[in-house]
Design a binder for this molecule. Structure first.
Ligand SMILES: Cc1ncc(COP(=O)(O)O)c(C=O)c1O
Length: 362
């Protein structure tokens, strides 16, 4: 039996999901309406946030939230370079300029010192990314006095000092892409905020910038969370904490079985409850180890090998002097290796992965 990178399964919940999808299909209410409102209320309550506004995907959630926070064309937005491309892409799509900062390769998250180096008089917002299910040190970014948009796409259910990721900044973007910790049956996303005015503006922007379909006050988006996705997510949300608990147990088992003898294991930010969207360790020769594991039926892969500031599409946004020096990013990109993770991973598979890492490192 191969050991998959994403050890997740919705099989147990499919009958209930199918039932709920049939009900929504029969209701004829597919765009916004009661199912989306119910999910928005339940997700906000889960996070202990005031507002959740469902949108089409996590990338739109980032772009719409940035605009709702007041970011305008020409403004600079600080983002880590070691992240999924969409974090910076969203900044560029609204005409703003992504300014890349470094990460700590131990936690894979940005640091306040790295952010400070990237600030200029034109900086209008900071986007900390809760990468791989860890939580970025958001409270320490407050001292810069700038709006903070959390990219919480990979950290649904994580927390920092008891507060949920997604409620630590001024607004947060979530993704319900199927592989995420809370994933739907297709694309989906949400903006979460405690700020009434920001929430109102996100609601306006997700529907073409119109409240009444007569007057259009903004050039907006057609980006709503589908009622069918909301129905599926309502079935799955109550499972999230249990799934995340099992993910943490898998991470603990990797450590307990001595994986740190062969790889540098991921560190949580102090005070963070990590949700291990991916279990990403570091190794001097990750490609060789991945090939060795693959030959033993164990899936492993490196993420973001070319960090975002080195992507061709980002060239126009780089300083004239050339790409910034981001040594932590380069180190994370060159050495990271994601190993199998998920609520369905069983003890014998975890042991197989550790044995494979031992035999592949000698
Ligand atoms: C860190 C991060 N930001 C943003 C996104 C974008 O989310 P989506 O794929 O729903 O647009 C993703 C996931 O795909 C992500 O991992």
């Amino acid at each position: 039996m191969p050991v998959p990178l994403f050890a997740t399964s919705l099989a147990e919940h499919m009958p209930r999901i199918a039932e709920r999808l049939t009900e929504v299909a029969a209701s004829g209410r597919y765009i916004l309406g009661p199912e989306v409102e119910a999910f928005e209320g339940e997700f906000a309550a889960y996070l202990r946030a005031r507002h959740c506004v469902g949108v089409g995907n996590g990338t739109d959630a980032l772009a719409i939230a940035l605009r709702a926070l007041g970011v305008a064309p020409g403004d600079e937005v600080v983002v880590p370079s070691f992240t999924f491309y969409a974090t910076a892409e969203a900044v560029a799509t609204i005409g703003a300029r992504p300014v890349f900062c470094d990460v700590d390769p131990a936690t894979f998250c940005l640091t306040p010192e790295a952010v400070e180096r990237a600030l200029t008089a034109r900086t209008r917002a900071i986007v900390p990314v809760h990468l791989f299910g860890n939580v970025a040190p958001v409270a320490e970014l407050r001292r810069f006095g700038l709006p903070i948009l959390e990219d919480a796409a990979q950290a649904t259910g994580a927390s920092l000092n008891g507060e949920r990721a997604g409620t630590l900044g001024d607004a947060a973007a979530f993704s319900f892409f199927p592989s995420k910790n809370l994933g739907g049956l297709g694309d989906g996303g949400a903006v979460v905020t405690d700020d009434d005015a920001v929430a109102e503006r996100v609601r306006l922007l997700r529907s073409h910038g119109s409240r009444d379909k007569q007057t259009y006050t903004d050039v907006g988006y057609n980006s709503r969370l589908d009622a069918l996705q909301a129905a599926a997510l309502r079935v799955l949300l109550p499972e999230l904490d249990g799934w995340n608990e099992r993910r943490r147990a898998v991470a603990a088992a990797y450590a307990e079985l001595g994986l740190d003898g062969n790889l540098v294991l991921p560190e949580a930010t102090p005070g963070a409850e990590h949700v291990h969207h991916l279990y990403v360790a570091r190794h001097a020769r990750p490609d060789e180890l991945a090939a060795h594991l693959g030959a033993h039926g164990i899936e492993a892969r490196s993420y973001y090998r070319v960090p975002v500031h080195r992507q061709p599409a980002m060239a126009p946004y780089l300083p004239e002097a050339g790409p910034p020096e981001l040594p932590g990013t380069d180190e994370a990109a060159a050495t990271n290796l994601a190993l199998p993770m998920g609520p369905e991973l069983i003890r014998s598979q975890i042991e197989e992965v550790v044995a494979g890492c031992v035999s592949g490192s000698t």
